[in-house]
Design a protein around this ligand. Sequence first.
Ligand code: C2E
Ligand code: MG
Ligand code: MG
Length: 714
Amino acid sequence: MALPGSQEPGALAVPDYQAIIDSLPDALFVVGESGTITFMNTAAERMFGYPRTELVGRDHRTILAEGFREGFQRLFNGLRRHGDTADSPPFEAYGLRRDGSEIHGEVACALLRSGADVAMTVTVRATRPREEAEDGLREALSLLSATLESTADGILVVGTDGQIAGVNEQFVSMWGIPRGLLTTHDDEAVIDFVLGLLKDPGNFLAKVHELYANPLAESNDILEFLDGRTFERYSRPQKVADKVVGRVWSFRDVTPRLAAQDQAKRAMADLAEQAAQLKALAFQDPLTGLANRKLFHDQLAESLRVDFDSSVDVLLLDLDDFKEVNDILGHHAGDEMLTEVARRLRSCVRPDDTVARLGGDEFAVLLTASPQPDAVAECIVSSLNVPMWIDGTMLRPSLSLGLASAGEDPVAGSELLRQADVAMYAAKAAGKNRYMRFEPNMMTALVQRTDMEAGLRHAVDAGQIMVHYQPVISPKLGEVVQFEALARWKRDGEMVPPGQFIPTAERSGLISAIGLQVMRHSFTELRPWLAADATRSVAVNVSGVQLKDCTFAESVLRLAASCATDPRQLVLEVTESVFFDPDAHVIRQLDLLRDAGVRVALDDFGTGYSSLGRLQELPVDAVKIDRSFVSMVRTGAEKLPILNSMINMAHNLGLTVTAEGIETAAQATYLTNLNCDSLQGYLFSHPEPESGLEIALLRSADAIDEIHGVRLEG
Ligand code: C2E
Ligand code: MG
Ligand code: MG
């Protein structure tokens, strides 16, 4: 590379540039683009101890002391970016002489262009630093470098010109920057490499630009890497004597810390969720997801607070005959029904109203500020009545619902619930599948119920339960072949219908004692009639509650023996629900009795949930067709295939058939023509006490004659 020459006005006549340059007291070098020394003057030869022939053509780093070798290339790159007139402010550096000794000097650099070629002139003025200052500086430098290398943070120092002024080892390894890339001193390539590692390079650059626009600013932010790592980035200005000379960036790999924080956060969130679930469970019915009893009581108490000035209505409801669904179709079907009921209940109320399952088949609804609680009750009754299919069986749930509203006077939640309960019982007593609003006189009914139980208990203890007998006739034999024993309770001179006291007896458990009393009366009072003909029998009703007692069979047989009654003359009438009791010993009791010769009849056949096909599986000897089927016969001219099927099916299974509730001759004839084995009903006789047995037999005989007459006439 040649030095440019120029002809300045007023210069030496024949300027000898070489002589001028060699006369300079300062050393002068020209360093080419590749870092090679292309020119040097005499002062440079003197200062560094090299003859020009030896140094020209060699790399400029040959004459730089350890620690200063990389800076020149960076400087060169910086000057090139600044253009033709670029030069650097003088700075101090250490050079290396040929004999290995170091030389301290003040250095200034400037860009030198010649055509397309670019070079840099470097002048060096030897200076003598103060000894102690130099020692201090060296010590500080070595301390700084030791600190930098021992820190876990990656550190990058960038000059105000944007050039990388230094990095520590940790920076290089954290960022995975290839060594070769750093030694090229191509800062842009380094930046490109760095950006390629980041998830959001745009944000990275924006921050860099922002900080260079505000040299005094400090910043702290987070960098996310494509490989999942996270660095914390901290930046502050680098100052020398209050002058900003660059910027220090430090990077800390916080991936493990963030992962631990994340894990802790997740664990906290999990715990919070579990706590929320536990809390929800404490207030939620697990099957239906509705509120539970506890939550309902809390909400009710809250809504009845004196300062809470809106209407409060409580709806209490209970499914009719739910136990049968559970017993006959199984618990799974029962659960499905409850879930569907819950869904329908919710659809009848507003989102803020509370719907709760209090337990079993009992539900409650709390309405606050509801404009039409009666309309809600009506909606519930009708929406529950819509048939639902469960496990292939169509069910039509029905319910009894009681509604109670808080009035002007303050009322406790428990009192309001009691009123709703009383109204619900009134709805049940009025025939179920309806709602009733609480009225004060309903309390009387409640009192009556409690009173009934007390009275019944007393009657049982005092042996006041009586029995009436209703004849069952055989149309084929034309005579009475059986009496059904029906319990009677006369209270204060008035008969209480079994439909009223039997449920009370079942609920209170008194039915077991009543059942045995009815049996003892029957065996004793019918003894002569039974003894006269071994084919005659007595039918006694037995409820499921009695069969749960595993000594039942034994008690019955003992009683029969003590009354000298042949067990083969005893028929026990049960309803089909007893066969679906999951309790195995219920069936076992019946089996024991049948083994001893007792017959079992299925009472009220056709009214339950079970199908005709199920009859085959039941351990019974006879069926009693419910009077609701018999009442379908009016003129006797109608076609009723259901009756025909029932009788045929039973006969095919070897069962005998009795038709209950025969009130007209037409019904008697119709069923006789269908081959029904026995008939029972008011047409022949009402149930009569022991004293009326003769009359019952006579009336029955008359009725039989009448039917025969009808048939003969027919
Ligand atoms: P059940 O066993 O089906 O008895 C037949 C019921 O029908 C009796 O009612 C009887 O009086 C009535 N009845 C008979 N013929 C006719 C008729 O032609 N027309 C009409 N409308 N009704 C007729 P009762 O005596 O009121 O008994 C009602 C139910 O109470 C019985 O139905 C039975 O389930 C139950 N029960 C009665 N006594 C006992 C008992 O000692 N133990 C148990 N567990 N239940 C009993
Ligand atoms: Mg019966
Ligand atoms: Mg019956």
